[in-house]
Design a protein around this ligand. Structure first.
Ligand code: SF4
Length: 364
């Protein structure tokens, strides 16, 4: 089976985009889409690069993808079906692969050690396709430059996220000290006592008090939250240096967060957020929606299959659990806002819209 970039596009969604993001589901129900949605530039680039490998002349050589290409199960599954071997376990890849194979680095990049190891492992006639998003590369550069200036690097990023590992690995290779903060609450505790954080979030904590700090963020965090963390860090009485903010959110994240904010002011009865549950930028869109409409009116789903005849299966990212509730708020809504993350293909959005239409038409 071949995988093509076009399989992730949608004529229906293109036409809705051209009409200002409004889709009539029924005479009494309208879906509103934000001004910015769909694949971002980095995801589009990564998917196109992998697609070129899969459909290119090299297709007979095994293709190894070191981690999920992007955080969207539909896209990752499509590539797996096309024969790409996906593994988040680098050791396993180095055990099983031949140095003459093709290795694809996903949009989030690789931790420094893995990256170095891969480059040594691959033979001259092997190939590395590096799909790391340039915005991720910019964060690495800020971490390196901050470290080289003698600054401690403070990362605002999601713990356990592939991109955060990559940033951390580069920060600790050049900075005198390093900290990972995932939430405002953690920043508050850290500002009072740096040892309130778990050890794996601290590198050379004893050097923190004497250095200037460079605060940078994973590309997909909530911009307002990073600004809040910057203010909190200024209050750390035990710190004798300055705090500099690098501002490394990517353009797509800024645009999508602003567009989501705007959509949430348009009088929607409910908001559906569509995307991978491990996607950081999608989670931030959900948070924006919940801030405005409350949890009872916001539903984070991974595919149209989560919209069932009588219930909706939705993910609670704060508690990291799925739950099922009645789909009545959705079926009775006059205005439904739909937000999709930067890694959600238009084809998935089309499926969701068609499912909504089907359910609402049956019910009314
Ligand atoms: S969300 Fe931003 S950093 Fe991530 S792939 Fe897209 S453009 Fe790159």
């Amino acid at each position: 089976m071949k995988c093509g970039v076009s399989q992730f596009s949608s004529e229906l969604v293109d036409s809705i985009r051209e009409c200002g993001g409004v889709f009539e589901v029924s005479p009494s129900c309208t879906v509103l889409l934000p001004k910015a949605f769909g694949f971002c530039i980095g995801v589009n680039r990564a998917v196109t690069m992998l697609n070129n490998v899969v459909t290119g002349l090299d297709e007979k050589r095994p293709i190894w993808l070191l981690g999920a290409m992007i955080h969207n199960p539909a896209v990752n599954e499509a590539f797996a079906k096309a024969g790409v071997q996906v593994s988040t376990n680098a050791e396993e890849v180095f055990d099983k692969a031949s140095p003459h194979d093709i290795f694809v680095i996903p949009a989030f990049g690789l931790p420094l050690e893995q990256d170095r190891r891969l480059r040594k492992f691959v033979a001259e006639d092997g190939r590395i396709v590096d799909a790391t998003c340039p915005f991720v590369g910019r964060v690495w550069m800020e971490a390196k430059q901050g470290g080289e200036r003698g600054n401690a690097v403070i990362i605002h990023g999601k713990y356990g996220h592939q991109e955060t590992y990559g940033i951390w690995s580069r920060a600790v290779s050049s900075a005198p000290a390093c900290v990972l903060l995932s939430t405002v609450e953690e920043a508050r505790r850290f500002a009072v006592d740096c040892h309130s954080l778990a050890d794996e979030r601290l590198f050379n904590a004893e050097k923190l008090a004497r250095c200037d700090w460079t605060l940078l963020n994973q590309t997909t965090m909530l911009s307002t939250e990073t600004a809040e963390i910057a203010e909190i860090l200024q209050t750390a009485a035990w710190h004798r240096g300055k705090v500099n903010m690098a501002g490394t959110l990517c353009t797509a994240t800024r645009e999508r967060q602003a567009a989501a904010q705007e959509l949430c002011t348009k009088g929607c009865d409910v908001i559906i957020v569509l995307g991978g549950t491990d996607s950081s930028n999608t989670t931030q869109l959900y948070r924006k929606a919940v801030e405005r409409l409350g949890k009872e009116r916001c539903f984070f789903v991974q595919s149209e299959q989560d919209l069932q005849t009588e219930s909706v299966r939705h993910f609670q990212p704060f508690e990291q659990r799925w739950q099922s509730t009645s789909n009545e708020p959705i079926l009775k809504a006059k205005r439904i806002g739909v937000l999709t993350g930067a890694s959600c293909p238009d084809s998935e959005l089309e499926r969701l819209l068609r499912r909504l239409k089907e359910l609402i038409t049956i019910q009314r």
